[in-house]
Write a protein that binds this ligand. Structure first.
Ligand code: ADP
Ligand code: MG
Length: 368
């Protein structure tokens, strides 16, 4: 083998042997103790009393506040630097955002569209739906928001059933994102039904980031069941460290990704076959379906995507999961500005496809 071919092969099939790292789910710093710093200044210089009073009123700008609650069938976790937000109002906002994308909520705009085939929309829902169409287009329909007739047959929410082939064929005929048209504040859906399960959490995380930004928060981290968004850097100027689990071991990291940039938002979403699945006759069927076949026929085990917004990261993680090892083109340049990893089954082993800047993987993984 020539040196060049050896180098090429080495690049394609690097076998990484890195020690397992155990880390907290989100490796955030302990409280920064800015209150303590102000207190000691207060003792030295009484004039600082005014500053202290203002700090107490406004909240200390680099105190870490954390909060978690249940929403969207998962746990939403928030870390913000600054004063405590009104957590009650934050939770109410999260539930209100989530319900508008829930097709099971009869009052939601999505349910109205599914029922009536047309609806006038609030600006947020209109923006999310037109984004959904763009993302479906950008992924060649691997992410398709009109997948409801098929997801209903598989019924993963109800424990899972194997659909009858004829019923599946009939349902597939109605799956096509081009049947959804959004014009300004109104949408039309031609003989189709929306399931926003693959982007709902991402969209809500983006909205919650806007909610915090509108109230003056700059540095924060939001997480909802595999969808993470960070805003800016931590007060010490470092990035946020995100623990991504290994698809075959809940307590081992696949990698720890350091994400975040000054003045910007960065999102990271993960979709895995371990999240929701059913087993029949020893075969495992996961909840992410190929809109072209109606089956969970991907070779992917998990996919993580880093993008500029949570809705993009969420949709792309689902789409790249559907494509599995066939997602190389989309991952490596097909959608500008993203980084990611596709973990896929190669015989008995797991292999990885990564984009150029994606963090190195831990453990023994064949990287292609
Ligand atoms: P999770 O919500 O478990 O984090 P995803 O973001 O990948 O995972 O979304 C999966 C959900 O999206 C499914 O439960 C289903 O409602 C819906 N879905 C499944 N396959 C697709 C697909 N190919 N395109 C769009 N939505 C899908
Ligand atoms: Mg998704």
């Amino acid at each position: 083998m020539t040196a060049t071919r050896r180098a090429q092969r080495g690049r394609r099939r690097r076998v990484l042997l890195i020690a397992r790292v155990r880390a907290a789910a989100l490796a955030l710093p302990a409280r920064t103790g800015c209150g303590d710093r102000l207190r000691s200044r207060w003792l030295r210089a009484p004039l600082v009393a005014a500053v202290l009073a203002m700090a107490v009123l406004n909240g200390c700008s680099d105190s870490l506040r954390q909060h978690e609650f249940a929403a969207m069938s998962t746990v939403v976790r928030v870390s913000v630097y600054g004063r405590n937000p009104d957590w009650q109002a934050f939770e109410s906002a999260a539930h209100a955002y989530a319900s508008r994308y829930d097709h099971r909520d009869p009052a939601s705009p999505v349910a109205r569209l599914n029922r009536d085939g047309a609806a006038d929309l609030d600006p947020l829902t209109a923006a999310t739906l037109s984004r959904a169409v763009q993302l479906a287009e950008a992924t060649g329909g691997a992410f398709d928001p009109t997948v409801l007739p098929v997801t209903r047959l598989w019924d993963f929410d109800g424990g899972g059933t194997l659909p009858e082939p004829a019923a599946l064929r009939a349902a597939l005929d109605r799956v096509d994102y081009r049947r959804l048209q959004v014009t300004g504040a109104s949408a039309v859906l031609h003989d189709a039904e929306l399931d926003l399960g693959a982007i709902g959490k991402g969209a809500v995380v983006d909205h919650l980031a806007d909610w915090l930004a509108d109230r003056g928060y700059r540095r924060f981290l939001l997480e909802a069941g595999g969808d993470v968004l960070v805003s800016d850097l931590k007060p010490d100027g470092t990035q946020w460290r995100i623990w991504i689990r290994h698809p075959r071991s809940a307590d081992a990291p696949l990698t720890i990704a350091a994400i975040g940039a000054a003045g910007q938002r960065v999102a990271l979403a993960t979709s895995g076959d371990y999240e929701r699945f059913m087993e029949r006759d020893g075969v495992r069927y996961h909840h992410i379906l190929n809109p072209a076949t109606g089956h969970p026929d991907s070779d992917a085990a998990s996919v993580s995507v880093i993008a500029g917004s949570a809705i993009e990261a969420d949709a792309l993680a689902t789409a790249l999961f559907v494509l599995g090892s066939g997602g190389e083109e989309l991952l490596r340049g097909g959608y500008p500005g993203i980084e990611g990893v596709i973990m896929y089954r190669a015989g008995e082993e797991l292999a990885a496809l990564t984009s150029e800047q994606f963090p190195a993987l831990h453990g023994r993984v064949n990287v292609n």
